[in-house]
Design a protein around this ligand. Structure first.
Ligand SMILES: Nc1ncnc2c1ncn2[C@@H]1O[C@H](COP(=O)(O)OP(=O)(O)OP(=O)(O)O)[C@@H](O)[C@H]1O
Length: 258
């Protein structure tokens, strides 16, 4: 591909360094995601995957290097409606009783700002709920949902603003098989519509066919940046020592409710 036809970078981290609790966690990470790409960020537990995506959205400050979103340095970036973020293992409930519809509607606030919601906003919320297959549960409290359904609500909340860039941290973790299939279908639809996606994953799993490129971290450094490790999965990569939270002998813990 010639230089001029290369799509622009939606995420660009250059030589990113970050520390948590006084310990270096990112040690010079280069991470580029171009428009329309689906990139998986892989690596063992503690390799820095979550920290890298949290640095991309400004939740963890970099101590060195820099990040640009849509070509704008992060400190000047204000167009957050263009970015949807689904954090790792969290709950949509937050102790406040809320319906699925209310939680998903909150994801639209970055678009509506201080004005009243319009028909288009309501339609976007209904569409996002429908995409994740929860239309018939829309008026139910999120407290009554399974972990997988919770995750679907969080993804619908991120999709309600119709983001151009979707960042998801381990979207399949603790998600039951039925929900995994719905999430994979939802993601396929987003990718087909041209959404740029950065996914933190501990294995490629059912999302493998969607992934254009894999960036593998080890100990805060990029170990691999290129084609996803096809078929063999991440387990065949050097340095793989990821501990699986859901070994077959253990009950599946959602992690979203605790
Ligand atoms: N708040 C914190 N304070 C101190 N150290 C932290 C904090 N959060 C994470 N760390 C450490 O930073 C390192 C990187 O963590 P990070 O969550 O980015 O890794 P990860 O690759 O996403 O791991 P996992 O697959 O377990 O989610 C780990 O060693 C972790 O223990």
């Amino acid at each position: 591909m010639s230089e001029s036809s290369t799509p622009e970078a939606v995420i660009s981290m250059r030589a990113g360094t970050a520390a948590l609790g006084g310990r270096p966690v990112l040690r010079g990470v280069d991470l580029t995601v171009r428009r329309g790409e689906v990139v998986a960020l892989l690596g063992a537990n503690g390799s820095g995957k979550s920290t890298a995506v949290r640095s991309v959205i400004g939740q963890v400050p970099l101590t060195g290097g820099g990040v640009e979103l849509f070509g704008t340095p992060l400190r000047r970036f204000r167009q957050w409606a263009r970015v949807g973020y689904v954090p790792q293992r969290t709950t949509a409930a937050g102790g406040v009783p809320a319906t699925i519809h209310e939680v998903v509607s909150s994801g639209r606030l970055s678009r509506t700002k201080l004005r009243l919601p319009r028909g288009a906003d309501r339609e976007a919320v209904d569409r996002a709920i429908e995409l994740v297959g929860l239309t018939d549960r829309a008026k139910d409290s999120v407290d009554a949902l399974s972990g997988g359904q919770h995750q679907r609500v969080l993804i619908a909340r991120a999709l309600a603003a119709a983001p151009e860039l979707l960042i998801m941290d381990e979207p399949m973790a603790g998600v039951d098989l039925a929900s995994q299939e719905i999430l994979a279908a939802t993601l396929r639809a987003q990718v087909a519509a041209g959404t740029t996606v950065l996914l933190v994953l501990h294995e490629l799993g059912p999302l493998e066919p969607l992934i254009d490129r894999a960036v593998v971290l080890r100990d805060g450094c990029v170990l691999h940046d290129g084609p996803p490790p096809k078929a063999v999965g991440q387990h065949a990569l050097p340095g793989h020592d990821h501990v699986h939270p859901h070994a077959a002998s253990e009950p599946v813990r959602t992690g979203l409710l605790s």
